[in-house]
Design a protein around this ligand. Structure first.
Ligand code: K7E
Ligand code: CUA
Length: 659
């Protein structure tokens, strides 16, 4: 009992330390003389790298240029977007559909770029939704979210989405263990040990990027936190950090910090594949959404799926192995060779590095310390390559530069520590401002890191920027890591709260067939209007479809009469431009879902329910030409039951159809 209290007290001290990270010394003179030059990209010049940064609680992804830190674009993934109309227009609403209905805002932590032979290939970025578990795929030709798949049997999709070296799978582990979807979940919360399970999902990625849940593995109830795929020699394996091996269901800050060691779970997914092939998976009834955006119809479709294949880790015995890892591991990172697996225990005073070869040997020789809920536990020493001693406080994440060095963030001591993967010697320390979470080296979690830069994403900004009320911008910090010492060269503010990020050479993305506009002749939208002559207004009962076009600098039609109170009006606006960088906007007074932004060759639909009699103007919201301000029109709204017929025109100052 006394011991227990002491433990609890200790845990509070440690947890307290987590909240009150300290300000590093020398916080003002950390920038050297030529830093500005190193981060400077002259006007009109391109950056060297694209930096894709998760938006955390904003649900978005931000795209920056490096080394300048210039913000290039914000891409809505698990969010509506008051810039592109994502989630507001009729076409994209299905993208945010889930088995819980429409979810317009989620929490997005990790991005992972598609890889070929373990190298980033610039085709797609995958993103996790943490809260309502989903994985999204962003097409890097269009910078648009083109697919979202929901994950059943999951809650808090945090250790996600990490991909295998040829993008065979995008993999996800549940943070919250919960009763599986197909059983009665109406159970006491304190029956955690008995009823709660941790599912990990293997989502197959097809040639065109299309996602499909291949199988799930049912594991003991713990919190899966982060993961990374094996690569090279460890290709075929996946590694997940897990905490709460105590299986607590309340006051986790104390109760899940009791044990000296939690686990890294090693998963032999090649073996799991074999079991699935051999029919060892059971079919489970579930319900999850699969949403696909079709570039030809410019329209998303959402369908519900009802079944997954589930493997039982406990029954199969040789697909999952637990490796003890000190104190609530967070980051789980695999070095470029695939030999070393770094576990970062948030409350640990050292950073353990495991060896893939040793893990394999330990499995072969059954060097186990019993089992955890039926999963073999490999002896710590048998799996360990070594420990980084006295590295700092609160280790979170590690990236690699491809030259044998690892870089780990320390949340509590607010620093990045560079160390040698083989010798485990600490080589350098750099203070960060303040409390870093993730960090990224270009290609830093692939087989071939590009080195050169490291970007640290901080949780707390405090005095780094001009104050902006209670909420301050989050911050990224760019370091030059080409020399022996890490050198801070730039601070830049970020969107939302940045977690993991990916970096790719600019040319890889620029030359991947970037789309400049949609070809009008390929537009298969059911309400496309390919030319002004085809524009029309069609009434079907109370529904009115407006087939509208826009081109510099007018809409067709731009005068519409015969709309009545009680109508539902759909403006299907096709942008006829066939040129790069000429979007048009569309806004009509009183529209409850705001506006449209329509790319060249695209069709987008705004639903409008007029609420009053009168003349309602509409106009283009995107400055498109010198006569942009002339790009406008009128809709006449008459009372319900009015006999004003539908008429529409452009270029005719016509006399009113009726008085
Ligand atoms: Cu460390 Cu959600 Cu990846 Cu953030 S997690 S920091
Ligand atoms: Cu079209 Cu402004």
């Amino acid at each position: 009992m006394k011991n227990n209290l002491l433990n609890i007290a200790m845990a509070f001290v440690l947890v307290g330390a987590l909240f009150t990270s300290c300000k590093p010394k020398d916080s003002n003179d950390a920038v050297s003389g030529n830093a500005a030059q190193k981060a400077y990209v002259a006007p009109g010049k391109y950056d060297e790298f694209y930096n894709f940064v998760s938006g955390g609680f904003s649900g978005q992804m931000a795209v920056y240029g490096l080394p300048s830190g210039r913000l290039l674009r914000v891409v809505p993934i698990f969010s509506e977007d008051a810039q592109s109309g994502w989630g507001y227009n009729e076409e994209t609403k299905p993208m945010l559909n889930t088995s819980h209905g429409y979810v317009p805002w989620d929490d997005q932590h990790h991005l992972n770029m598609s890889q070929t032979n373990g190298e980033v290939d610039g085709r797609w970025i995958f993103a996790n939704a943490n809260n309502t578990p989903r994985i999204a795929r962003v097409d890097l030709k269009t910078f648009k979210t083109t697919e979202i798949i929901e994950l059943p049997n999951s809650a808090g999709n945090h250790s996600s989405p990490f991909i295998t070296e040829n993008t065979e799978y995008v993999v996800a582990g549940t943070r919250f263990s919960v009763p599986p979807d197909n059983v009665n979940g109406d159970v006491p919360i304190n029956s955690y040990k008995e009823n709660f399970k941790g599912y990990i999902s293997f989502v197959k990625v097809g040639k065109e990027g299309e996602m499909d849940i291949a199988f799930q593995i049912e594991c003991p109830g713990v919190n899966f936190d982060l993961s990374h795929a094996g690569k090279g020699k460890s290709h075929g394996w996946f590694f997940f950090s897990c905490y709460n091996s105590e299986q607590a269901n309340t006051l986790l800050e104390v109760n899940a910090s009791q044990k000296d060691k939690d686990f890294i779970m090693a998963v032999n997914w090649k073996k799991a594949e074999e079991y699935v092939k051999a029919g060892k998976a059971r079919k489970q009834k579930v319900k999850y959404a699969h949403n696909v955006y079709d570039e030809k119809t410019h329209t998303a479709k959402s369908e519900m799926r009802t079944e997954v294949l589930v493997l039982d880790a406990k029954a199969l015995k040789d697909i999952c192995y637990m490796i003890p890892c000190p104190k609530s591991p967070h980051g789980c990172d695999v070095d470029p060779t695939g030999e070393y697996i770094v576990g970062s225990g948030k409350l640990a005073a050292l950073v353990p590095v495991f060896s893939f070869d040793k893990i394999q040997n330990a499995i072969k020789n059954k060097q186990y310390d019993g089992d955890y809920e039926g999963i073999p536990v490999i002896k710590y020493e048998a799996a360990l390559h070594g420990e980084v001693k006295k590295p700092g406080l609160g280790p979170l994440h590690t990236e690699f530069d491809g030259r044998g060095n690892a870089y780990t963030t320390f949340f509590v001591s607010s620093e990045v520590v560079k160390w040698d993967i083989k010798t485990l010697k600490i080589l350098d320390r750099a203070p960060t401002y303040y409390s870093p979470g993730h960090l990224t080296v270009p290609g830093g979690d692939s087989k071939k890191p590009f080195g050169k830069y490291m970007i640290v994403y901080n949780k707390i900004t405090k005095d780094r920027y001009l104050p902006t009320g209670p909420e301050l911008a989050q911050s990224a910090q760019l370091f030059d890591i080409s020399g022996d010492k890490m050198e801070l060269i730039l601070d830049f503010p970020t969107i939302g709260e940045p977690h993991y990020a990916q970096v790719a050479p600019a040319d890889l993305i620029r030359n991947n067939g970037q789309l400049k506009f949609y070809k009008l002749e390929d537009n298969k939208h059911p309400y496309v209007t390919r030319g002004e002559k085809e524009s029309k207004v069609v009434r079907t009962g109370k529904r009115v479809d407006v087939y509208m076009t826009c081109i510099r600098s007018h809409f067709a039609p731009d005068n519409i009469e015969g709309i009545k109170i009680g109508d539902e009006v759909y403006f299907h606006v096709t942008n006829l431009e066939q040129d790069w960088d000429v979007p048009h906007g569309f806004a009509i007074k009183g529209a409850n879902n705001a506006e449209l932004l329509i790319m060249p060759g695209e069709t987008a639909t705004l639903k409008w329910t007029p609420d009053r009699v009168g003349i309602m103007p509409f106009y283009c919201t995107d400055f498109c030409s010198a006569l942009h301000q002339e790009m406008q029109g009128y809709v006449r709204v008459s009372p319900a039951g009015s006999s004003v017929p539908i008429t529409f025109s452009v270029g005719t100052n016509f006399p009113p159809a009726t008085k």
